[in-house]
Design a protein around this ligand. Sequence first.
Ligand SMILES: Cc1cc2nc3c(=O)[nH]c(=O)nc-3n(C[C@H](O)[C@H](O)[C@H](O)COP(=O)(O)O)c2cc1C
Length: 214
Amino acid sequence: MMGYKLFTHGRTDVKILGLSCSPRRQGNTEILVGEALHGAEHEGAEVELYSVSGKTIAPCDGCGTCRETGECHIKDDMQNLYNKLVEADGIIFGTPIYFYSMAAQTKTIIDRTIALNHPGRSLTNKVGGIVVVGGSLGLIDAVKSLYFYIVTRPMLPANFVAAYAGPEGEIRKREQGMKAAKDLGRQMVQLAAKKFEYPSEFMGRAIAYGTHTH
Ligand SMILES: Cc1cc2nc3c(=O)[nH]c(=O)nc-3n(C[C@H](O)[C@H](O)[C@H](O)COP(=O)(O)O)c2cc1C
């Protein structure tokens, strides 16, 4: 415990990537993910904010070639994001709510990460945090979907922040939400510094029975 505290007081070797999956530049999602990154930076991590705004990321076409190669044949902005995801020790998935669920941009990125189901190039054992922002309804649906995604990578789930905000920048008024985001970033650095590893015995186990499995 003492050693761990000493470690986090200095610079750590932890890298936290914050993904803002809103097309709205400097919108509520980006602000809240940015706040989480401030927390992570404060805790000693190297941080990077990646916004999907202005990026071209096509949906997965289900071709299945990545199963063999570990690479996606679609040559768009996702290629750069793959490298950032693989390099990170912790990833914050930030999404606005669009029609009671995560925005299509978020789902598109998640689907494309099927190419990261590959040894040596996977999301396994990274820490996953969640930030969702919506004006009224659907926040929990997105949180649940993102948690399920994180757990099945398998990543180590950190906390989540769900906050209500509609107009651009309104999130700044949610003082407790902003504080919770900062704490999420700090928590993720502390979790990542523990170098958690899932026991290999349970890796790759099927998670649904009687459908595509026996
Ligand atoms: C196409 C669209 C659909 C939306 N649907 C919902 C919704 O179902 N529930 C909700 O709470 N907010 C909804 N909103 C509001 C956004 O979630 C809200 O404005 C959020 O703060 C946007 O985040 P951003 O500033 O990061 O883009 C919707 C916004 C858009 C543009």
